[in-house]
Design a protein around this ligand. Sequence first.
Ligand SMILES: [Cu+2]
Length: 161
Amino acid sequence: MRSTDRTLDRTPSRPIPIAISLLAALVLALAACTAQTGASAESTASADESTASTEASMEESEEASAEASEDGGQAMQVDLVNFAFDPTEITVSVGDTVRFVNGDTAAHTVTEGTNGSAADDARFDEQVAAGESVEITFDEAGDYDVTCLFHANMNMVVHVE
Ligand SMILES: [Cu+2]
């Protein structure tokens, strides 16, 4: 088959209709052959790629969960976003410091109390400007209600144990 190809390839300019149609037929046949080979090669390659990408995404999710559990270990950040505490409930150990991060463009407070009112003997009452953060250390076990004096619907609980 190959030797025939070469012979025909050397005589492409000869105006012999039969030779040309033979050549054309061969070229078509070769093209079909090549296309099939190429197609199967591509499907094999894409199968490999999809396997590879599945493995990659599995690795990524494993890394992500590892990071999440690390963060969970440190765990002591509360975001003030969209006029809400996030999360609205956390549990920390005595002596832990919680960082309250204001992600809003408005100021908030981190105040012991509920529904926008400070507790009578509030142990913390910190104003947090937009984009700023404040750290509060919880030295005594107990459940601490936390609110924002500016936005009565901002409430959360910190459990210290
Ligand atoms: Cu607020």
